[in-house]
Design a protein. Structure first.
Length: 258
């Protein structure tokens, strides 16, 4: 089912939303499903992230009652308790409106419009990934299984097929790390050409080449580990013991040797 974008001037735009918020309301809404539900009476479900035990049991009872009475329920279903209530509601046949209340990047709204196999929650999760926000475990596993994201936590980025749709191809290439051997070859080529190099020299060589999914500290840690690994392999050695030590070639290395 293709999504529909409603502007604040469209007839299908929720009247109560327009009346309550006026010019402060969202200029557009993106929706999938039966838009007629937006004009019907609804019961909103809000639950705190932390609740006492009796409140949790009461919320479960209320969700079952709303389900059995066929009441239309609207919620963002963000908190753990709201998610549990959603599972209860989904066992019934009553209407449910999932309203994440999030502002999506324009590219990801376009993605939602063009990819019918993606649901709204997937698109919201992908938007979080490209904004460098963390995913919960369940969402992470789902996106990984569907090959919508790449990388390792916390350094995740959208997959090539998503980047192709959203026009973020260059960002994808910058995020995608080269094979470790590629960086080792760069270090060897530098030291063979110039005979020696300080840590500052090697940082200047590699920092801008490493994945943009890593922050500055992670990039420097990666280079440290790379140099120590090459030292253990016997390919390079530090001449000196301070941060001003100069790295040199200790023996020839076969190109691409990891």
């Amino acid at each position: 089912m293709n999504p529909t974008v409603l502007s604040s001037t469209d007839a299908g735009y929720p009247v109560r939303l327009r009346d309550r918020l006026g010019e402060h309301g969202p200029s557009t809404l993106t929706a999938r499903g039966n838009l007629a539900l937006l004009s019907q009476p609804k019961t909103a479900l809000f639950c705190s992230a932390r609740c006492p035990g009796d409140a949790i049991l009461g919320a479960y009872d209320s969700a079952r009652k709303l389900r059995d009475e066929g009441v239309t329920v609207i919620s963002g279903f963000h908190s753990p308790l709201e998610k549990e209530c959603l599972r209860i509601l989904l066992r019934g046949k009553q209407p449910i409106i999932i309203y994440p209340a999030r502002v999506l990047d324009e590219n990801y709204t376009r993605l939602l419009m063009s990819q019918a196999e993606l649901d709204l929650m997937d698109v919201i999760a992908l938007d979080k990934v490209q904004k460098k926000r963390q995913l919960d475990d369940e969402t992470f596993r789902r996106l990984k299984q569907r090959k919508l994201i790449e990388g390792r936590r916390p350094n995740l980025f959208v997959s090539a097929k998503i980047a192709n749709v959203t026009g973020d191809r260059a960002a994808y290439i910058k995020n995608r790390a080269f094979d470790k051997a590629h960086y080792k070859d760069m270090i060897v080529a530098y030291l063979e050409k110039f005979g020696e190099g300080t840590r500052s020299d090697l940082d200047g060589l590699l920092l801008k080449k490493l994945s943009d999914a890593l922050d500055g500290q992670q990039k420097k840690r990666y280079i440290t580990n790379l140099l120590q690994e090459m030292k253990k392999e016997g390919h390079i050695f530090p001449d000196g013991t301070t941060r001003w030590a100069k790295w040199r070639i200790s023996k020839p290395r076969t190109k691409g040797d990891v």
